[in-house]
Design a protein around this ligand. Structure first.
Ligand SMILES: Nc1ncnc2c1ncn2[C@@H]1O[C@H](COP(=O)(O)OP(=O)(O)OP(=O)(O)O)[C@@H](O)[C@H]1O
Ligand SMILES: [Mg+2]
Length: 458
């Protein structure tokens, strides 16, 4: 669990997200409260429920981005779901518990990969020994005594090495392996045969909804299909190391850790929550919307979900809901759900000042991304300060005149602005291109002045 102070969390979020100070503060407090809860005596600890949050704000102002960065920053498992998907035709009654199942699945996989990485060194050592076994003739027989033309013995020991100590031969071979001299050789290896994915057919039929994993069930019954293949030594080393890594990871422990991590640190990001709120008129889609809210309630209030990794309690999972709430207000949610989301934060819509900062300040700023991409072509693109201000101004203008899509407008603008350079970069004789205000206007002016055109192109 992350022990970052709220101020530290905000400081980290500031590196990626411009403004939205209130939202950053709220999520930082929620995260810190979880850490605090861990320090509280046992009996009380169980009683303390997370203070869930509703992020209210128009599209493209950083709601999802805040949740994503928060999860990375604090290493909390995160799942993002559109609340509205549970109301879609054909999805009515779709089991909201699948949210938790997916989150556990995701976390198990992440932890497994991490564990596999942490045993890489040991895995490669084991793989090397197995590789030497494959390369070496079996002890006791010399190649001369048991010539097997079908086997491609990559290493033909000279007579004197055969008579010598077998372990010396092994070490000699090891050196060759390390120096890469055997890279062109092949070995015979049993590899998993992926060509019959017949079980996959079932996987989208909602089996997981019942907590049944068909593949696992059948996996034991079906013969493990493998295939003998001739493989080059380096690739075979990778395969063997992978296999060894899988063997070295203690899956029981990984599963236990994952479940605990989800229960204590998990974050569910419920997007488009406003789409499941509605006036309580009692008919039509409103019924299904309210139904989804009722379905969500036990999850948010705390219940136990059966997953294929065992029961998972949702009591301390943090729910961050988000929505634009244009015509609908949080008060239009059913009262029980409102009470479970005590923290409401509004995110501000973004204007040219923010756009300027978004283009230039964050670690992963859009402008820096384009500069880095074009640098790979040996092209240095220069944006003057005026240019960046002009792009920001245009972004705000287009957002006002067409539809306000927030910072996403910068993506469409930049792509249009740079399309020629992106296309021609590999063929340019120059090493430097300056994008100035005149260039921006040349590229974008006509489009901006024509509202219809803007709608289509930007
Ligand atoms: N305040 C901000 N600072 C930096 N980048 C931002 C900011 N707001 C949005 N962006 C960028 O804009 C894009 C969209 O943001 P995000 O996905 O967070 O939108 P959102 O608020 O979740 O919108 P929606 O309601 O449509 O889901 C992302 O690429 C994000 O990096
Ligand atoms: Mg979003």
């Amino acid at each position: 669990m992350s022990s970052l102070k709220p101020s530290e969390i905000v400081e980290e979020l500031d590196k990626y997200i411009v403004g939205q100070h209130n939202a950053k503060r709220s999520v930082a407090i929620a995260l810190r409260n979880r850490w605090r809860r861990q320090q509280v005596p046992d009996d009380l600890r169980e009683e303390i429920a997370p203070k869930n949050i509703i992020l209210i704000g128009p599209t493209g102002v950083g709601k999802t981005e805040i949740a994503r960065r928060l999860s990375n920053l604090t290493d909390s498992p995160l799942i993002k779901v559109e609340a509205s998907k549970f109301t879609e035709v054909g999805y009515v009654g779709r089991d909201v518990e699948s949210i938790v199942r997916d989150l556990v699945e995701l976390t198990v996989n992440n932890l497994k990969v991490r564990e596999q990485e942490s045993v890489q060194i040991k895995a490669r050592e084991n793989a090397e020994e197995r590789m030497l076994d494959l390369l070496l003739p079996p002890t006791g027989t010399t190649p001369a005594a048991a010539p097997d033309p079908a086997v491609d013995r990559p290493f033909d020991p000279q007579p004197e090495t055969v008579t010598a100590d077998p372990s010396a031969t092994r070490e000699k071979l090891r050196k060759l392996l390390h120096s890469g001299k055997l890279d062109q050789r092949t070995v015979d290896l049993e590899v998993a045969d992926k060509s019959v994915p017949m079980v996959e057919v079932f996987s989208n039929m909602g089996m997981e909804e019942m907590g049944i994993n068909f593949k696992d069930m059948l996996g034991g019954l079906l013969p493990k299909s493998t295939k003998r293949r001739k493989i080059k030594v380096p690739e075979a080393m990778d395969l063997l190391a992978q296999e060894e890594a899988q063997g070295l990871v203690d899956m029981d422990r990984v599963v236990k850790q994952a479940v605990e991590k989800v229960e204590q640190d998990g974050i569910v990001f419920l997007d488009e929550i406003d789409k499941i709120a509605g006036k309580h008129s009692g008919t039509g889609p409103d019924v299904s919307r309210e139904g989804v809210q009722r379905d969500l309630l036990p999850l948010v209030e705390g219940s136990t979900v059966t997953t294929k990794y065992g029961p998972v309690r949702t009591d301390h999972i943090l729910f961050i809901a988000a929505g634009a709430f244009h015509t609908i207000k949080p008060a239009d949610l059913i009262p029980e759900l409102q009470g479970r989301f005590p923290i409401r934060v509004e995110l501000s819509s973004l204007g040219q000042a923010e756009f300027y900062r978004i283009l230039t300040e964050p670690k992963n700023a859009l402008l820096l991304q384009y500069l880095a991409l074009l640098r790979t072509e040996g092209l240095e693109v220069i944006f003057t300060d005026d240019t960046v201000r002009e792009i920001s101004r245009i972004a705000e203008e287009v957002n006002n005149s067409t539809e306000n899509i927030g910072a996403r407008r910068l993506h469409t603008l930049m792509e249009k602005l740079l399309e020629d350079i992106l296309f021609d970069a590999p063929d340019m004789d120059t090493e430097k291109v300056e994008v100035d205000v005149a260039y921006v206007n040349g590229k974008l002016k006509d489009i901006i002045e024509n509202e219809d055109l803007s709608r289509y192109i930007l």
